[in-house]
Ligand binder design. Structure first.
Ligand code: BF8
Length: 656
């Protein structure tokens, strides 16, 4: 294998497909990244294109100290300083990320409402317990009312969250009291989801907010409207409607594709269509239809966050993460790639053209030139999904002979929702995080880390995720994961209980083996990062580890981030009190003042702050350093030094 390919991915299945792509002269994202170097000025946040007097480029002169006078001269035509330019660029990413998660959330609320009004026949309340808990949280009467009546009240309250003009988002009150006070003091409690995004876009228009601290204030309020608003609404209602995830065994990587079956990949983010496809892929009539075309059946597999959603709820296998979307088509065995919204590369259509693969767009918000558009209408969910599956089956006979599926896949266990963790740790009748807190306090578990986010063609595919996670595990840090990071961990075999023995330090290994959990807990899609907020709050509420998320020995990371959603997520974690470190590149380095504000000053304001470190192992150690700092502040640093695992301690653990 060439050095060049080794630099592209650590995943052997991906490398095999990159070799096939090279032989067949097919261009992928990896080739395009090689050919087009990133713009160094835009990359450091020093390019302003918000008005037609520019674009203005105000780059930092490399290799020499800048005097204050020189810095004040670095302005755009309108006089905007480099701080304002970097801050505007940064917060616009937050606006876009928040809009994406929240528009997903809005769609879920719309479907949920239609279900409650009996206008959708194909969806129903799947998790009654969660419905009732949600109703209690929202102050909705339960009494003798049926599920749909309660659901309708929930839908109306959640719907209102998007257009609300004043007050506070309802889920903000799920955060620890101390955290809510911090947000109030800083003036960043979100009022309405849409309002925060619109105001942020207004403030970043030419000639409005021109102070980086003020811009960042609204950036923070908007990010909180994502994490504790749009994303949380999406996750909560999806769980009620499609079921709260519980541990499911599945498989991941391109080897889940099957040569003798109709392969349909569902790729994107919103789970409604995927849910229907998952159900219909077992429909006897459709399977029979596939057989009439010479296939043995229908094989549904997921890609990106939709994959996480249906794997956690149905055990549907995952074909791959973000950088594998084109590679799946290059197998020659994908009869249809069905996409909805977010993280879908336009390059898919160019690759699909080299094969028989049908690229099917399904959402009126996301068209791709030359693809086949087949609208997925929630009102006729089953019917729409059936049309899509039939078209995929019809395409099976168009396959060419040039098929090669890498025989590589890894088993994994996913589905660790907050409710499941609670149950696994405490049991049905005494569900709680107590055993987790106790093991953090006694030092067997050093701390918690959320490792989340994307792949990025500017860094070796999956390498930073796996290096970072392995380093954390070795140091007894339990890892919670979502998105494409979770898939990287799954491919590396880190989502199996037996991984504890091989990869963890002795304390974490003992806890995982005793409870029977993998050392990396798959908590879902990117929108489910809200589950991590809920879990962190539950740990705080269980006691013994301070009274706020910022007190916890915990840290977050997105070592291979690329999307604007990742910045929105990072900012809501920082503002929720979490030390959050990103890899690959950092988009504000052109402004030292603004960067210092994010990397240093934020800690005094929110207890959390940003950091940037492209070396994944070094980044893991910065997280561990932070965890140790928090242990010391809690007075539990000594406990860790004393952990010796005598028989008594082992018995206690077995009683967990
Ligand atoms: O929302 S982790 S590449 S797939 S943005 Fe996209 Fe990033 Fe993957 Fe899901 Ni999240």
């Amino acid at each position: 294998m060439s050095e060049e390919l080794k630099n592209r991915s650590i995943d052997p299945a991906s490398i095999e497909m990159l070799e096939k792509a090279a032989q067949e002269n097919i261009r992928t994202v990896f080739d395009r990244a090689e050919k087009m170097k990133p713009c160094p000025i835009g990359g450091e946040g020093s390019c302003c294109s918000i008005c037609a007097m520019g674009p203005c480029r105000v780059p930092l002169a490399k290799g020499k100290e800048e005097t204050p006078e020189e810095k004040t001269k670095r302005t755009g035509v309108c006089g905007a300083t480099v701080e304002t330019i970097a801050a505007r660029n940064f917060v616009r990413k937050i606006a876009a990320g928040t809009a994406s998660h929240s528009d997903h959330g809005r769609r879920v609320v719309e479907a949920f409402k239609l279900m409650a009004e009996n206008k959708i026949k194909d969806f129903e309340v799947k998790d009654e317990q969660k419905l009732l808990n949600l109703a209690l949280d929202l102050g909705i009467e339960i009494g003798e009312r049926d599920n749909n009546e309660i659901a309708l009240d929930i839908a109306k309250i959640c719907e209102n969250e998007f257009g609300k003009q004043e007050g506070e988002l309802i889920f903000v009150k799920n955060a620890p009291i101390k955290r809510q006070e911090i947000w109030k003091k800083q003036g960043v409690v979100p009022r309405g989801i849409d309002r925060e995004v619109v105001e942020l876009m207004h403030r970043t228009h030419m000639g409005v907010d021109q102070d980086y601290k003020s811009l960042m204030l609204q950036g923070t309020r908007t990010a909180l409207a994502d994490g504790w608003g749009g994303s949380m609404i999406a996750t909560e209602l999806q769980d009620v409607m499609f079921g709260t995830p519980t541990p499911a065994l599945s498989e991941i990587n391109l080897g889940v594709l099957k040569e003798d079956m109709v392969n349909i990949i569902i790729h994107g983010h919103e789970p409604a269509l995927a849910e229907m496809l998952a159900v219909l892929s077992h429909d006897p009539e459709l399977i029979e239809y596939a057989k009439t075309k010479g296939a043995k059946g229908i094989n549904l597999a997921g890609m990106c966050c939709t994959a996480n959603e249906i794997m956690m709820r149905h055990g549907v296998p995952i074909a791959g993460n973000y950088l594998q979307q084109e590679l799946a088509i290059i197998t020659g065995a994908v009869d249809a790639m069905v996409v909805d919204v977010q993280c879908i590369m336009q390059g898919l259509q160019e690759v699909a053209r080299c094969f028989h693969t049908k690229l099917i767009t399904t959402d009126e918000r996301a068209h791709i030139t030359d693809s086949s558009f087949m609208l997925f209408d929630e009102r006729k969910a089953r019917e729409s999904a059936r049309v899509i599956i039939k078209a995929s089956i019809d395409n099976f006979t168009n396959r060419s002979k040039n098929i090669r599926i890498p025989q590589i896949k890894t088993p994994l266990i996913a589905g660790f929702s907050h409710e499941t963790i609670n149950y696994l740790l405490g049991g049905l009748y005494r569900a709680s995080y107590r055993p987790l807190n106790d093991n953090i306090i006694n030092g067997r578990i050093r701390g918690l880390a959320g490792v989340v986010g994307c792949n990025n063609a500017r860094t070796t595919h999956d390498s930073a995720h796996t290096l970072m996670i392995k380093e954390l595990l070795k140091n007894d840090v339990l890892v919670l994961s979502t998105g494409c990071a979770a898939m990287a961990a799954g491919k590396a075999g880190l989502m199996l209980p037996e991984a504890a023995k091989e990869f963890c330090g002795p304390g974490l290994a003992e806890v995982c083996e005793t409870v029977g959990i993998p050392p990396v807990l798959h908590m879902g899609a990117c929108v489910d990062n809200s589950r991590i907020l809920v879990a962190a709050t539950a740990v705080v509420k269980d006691g013994g580890l301070g009274d706020d998320i910022s007190d916890l020995p915990a840290a977050g990371a997105a070592p291979e981030w690329m999307s604007e959603k990742a910045i929105a997520i990072g900012q809501y974690f920082v503002a929720s009190g979490v030390f959050t470190i990103f890899g690959t590149n950092w988009p504000t380095l052109g402004s030292s003042d603004f960067t210092n504000y994010l990397f240093k000053d934020m800690e005094a304001m929110y207890g959390g702050k940003w950091a940037f470190e492209p070396d994944a192992v070094k980044a893991a150690h910065l997280m561990i350093e932070h965890i140790d700092k928090k242990r010391k502040a809690l007075g539990i640093d000594k406990a860790r030094e004393r952990v010796l695992y005598d028989m008594q301690m082992r018995r206690e653990m077995e009683a967990v």
